[in-house]
Design a protein around this ligand. Structure first.
Ligand code: ATR
Length: 276
């Protein structure tokens, strides 16, 4: 019998990660010869030592989540173009004595979007990205690949300038006062900030009464299912989506990297995750 592939997600905190539910769902459905996918707490201070240990104990691949994606990127011997551009690695594979890394976050974001939204609200359209952290890098990269005209607003403006420069795109970096003036011109607005993750925290970065009714609003947050940001879009009759499909999309791409087979049963998985 060939050895079972060992995979896991590493990060800190890791307790609430949904990745094991997703990967184990597909491992079972697709009858993959793999050990159950695990979650392992790894602190940024011990990143390299912990990774060595995991490699030596026979892991075949790892997903990497907050706050380790940049460290993982720095540790890789081989990187895909996407990982190089976004300076981030969320999927590692250990083979030929090397650490190979990619980032499946941009493709996860792209596949989470309905084709009609890409055509009508993103391609050659005005898109506003809120935030300039790790998730924003993936989203801005994906939007620019979809030929969007990207504007970025971040509390710390220099980070938005740097993000745009690093990705080699000419995004429009906004100041807070510009947002109000330009709100009505956006066809797509996506929140990548962590505002709204904590109960009772409200994301007031956009005045939704100024947003066009044909616009589409996206929040990467999926817990709560309807963040304060999405609730405001809903109250103003604007279509919206949370980050659950992106979470599934990035996992699907990682699953393909390790197991060389397309995952399946997406709707069943989505219902399962929504019930957790
Ligand atoms: P992630 O990997 O999830 O993107 P991150 O890299 O820590 O996490 O980025 C968090 C993002 O949320 C940043 O854009 C951050 O803004 P700063 O760059 O100014 O720190 C944004 N953010 C976090 N708390 C915020 C708040 N209270 N108001 C506005 N933006 C906030």
């Amino acid at each position: 019998m060939t050895e079972q592939k060992k995979t896991a997600v590493i990060g800190q905190p890791i307790e609430h990660s949904l990745s094991p539910v997703i990967h184990n769902f597909w491992i079972n459905k697709k009858k993959i010869n793999a050990a159950p996918y695990e979650k392992i707490e790894v602190s940024p201070n011990n990143f390299n030592k912990s990774l060595d240990k995991l490699i030596n104990s026979g892991y075949y691949g790892l997903n990497v989540t907050v706050p380790l994606k940049e460290l993982a990127y720095s540790r890789c011997d081989e990187l895909t173009e996407t990982a190089k551009k976004t300076k981030s690695a969320n999927t590692l594979i250990f083979k030929d004595g090397k650490v190979h890394g990619t980032s499946t976050d941009p493709v996860g974001f792209e596949v989470s979007l309905h084709k009609e939204i890409i055509e009508k609200n993103i391609k050659n359209k005005q898109c506003l990205v809120l935030g300039a952290g790790g998730s924003a890098r993936a989203v801005v990269f994906a939007l620019s690949q979809m030929s969007a005209d990207v504007s970025i607003f971040n509390r710390t403006q220099e980070k938005a300038v740097k993000l745009s420069k690093d990705l080699g795109i000419s995004a429009n970096v906004l100041e807070e006062k510009d947002i109000k003036k330009q709100t009505g011109s956006f066809d797509f607005i996506v929140n990548t900030t962590s505002l709204g993750l904590v109960p009772d925290e409200t994301n007031n970065l956009v005045d939704f009464s100024l947003v066009q009714k044909k616009a589409f609003v996206y929040d990467l947050i999926y817990e709560p299912k309807e963040s304060s940001f999405l609730q405001q879009a809903k109250a103003n009759g604007i279509r919206f989506q949370n980050g659950l499909k992106m979470l599934i999309g990035q996992a699907a791409a990682a699953f393909y990297v390790w197991h060389n087979t397309e995952p399946s049963h997406y709707s069943e998985l989505e219902s399962l995750l929504e019930k957790l």
